[in-house]
Design a protein around this ligand. Structure first.
Ligand SMILES: [Zn+2]
Length: 237
């Protein structure tokens, strides 16, 4: 089973796959088999074992596809490499970054575009840019080799870390220290996201909040664009 953007796939033996796109309104509910929850939503898909049933409501885009159909699928075939898919290689991410189609667009827009890299949501956009030391204004064609490498490493590293930690993007040593000091999860969870006015973990400059593409973006003006610090993802190895 894999999650690709806002869709998910279950591959069956014999080459068929179940595809479902959540749209904005799809919702999973869990319970005992045969006991429908009280809801006005329409049941679209249900998967059950002897003890549990997972029901998907309201999602409208559900299909059973053959291998050939999967390749030609209009949503899946346009998606970029998935940051969370263990099969995604750094070279796949670089290839996208070097693609002419994307070279003139700002990183702030690309990091929310599932046809560029699939997977990152809004908080990861701010976190990736911060950890790569890059600004939202930059475009792939502005990046030198080193900056491109940092972007790819930060994106994959942060996506993996946040999957492992259920959404925490800061490194384990920072988290341990903050917990010891009695801080809440909200306090230590991210590098910059949701930290307006708080001191940057690296340089203590107050974090700024901006809007890009109608979504919140947080940044440190000192560390991003000019800063020289390097991210360490040793905890993921
Ligand atoms: Zn900083």
């Amino acid at each position: 089973m894999g999650a690709q953007g806002k869709a998910f796939l279950i591959h069956f033996e014999g080459g068929r796959s179940l595809y479902a796109h959540m749209q904005l309104y799809g919702r999973w509910m869990f319970g005992k088999p045969g006991q429908e929850p009280k809801t006005n939503r329409q049941l679209r898909l249900s998967l059950s074992t002897a003890e549990q049933e997972a029901r998907l409501y309201s999602a409208t885009d559900i299909e059973i596809l053959t291998a050939a159909g999967l390749k030609k699928h209009p949503y899946l075939s346009r998606l970029g490499p998935d940051l969370l898919d263990p099969g995604t290689k750094q070279s796949d991410l670089f290839e996208r970054l070097r693609d002419k189609k994307f070279s003139g667009r700002r990183l702030a827009a690309l990091l929310l575009d599932q046809t560029f890299w699939a997977g990152p949501g809004n908080y990861l956009r701010s976190e990736i840019l911060f950890c790569a030391g890059l600004t939202p204004e930059m475009r792939p064609r502005d990046l030198d080799e080193n900056q491109a490498r940092r972007l790819v490493e930060a994106a994959q590293g942060l996506a993996r870390r946040s999957l492992k930690t259920k959404g925490i993007t800061t490194p384990p040593d920072l988290v341990t220290k903050a917990k010891k000091a009695g801080q809440t999860r909200r306090w230590y969870r991210h590098w910059v996201f949701n930290r307006l006015g708080r001191p940057c973990w690296v340089c203590e400059t107050p974090i700024r909040k901006e809007e890009w593409g109608g979504r919140r973006l947080y940044r440190c003006l000192d560390c991003q664009g000019g800063g020289t610090w390097e991210m360490n993802f040793a905890d993921l190895e």
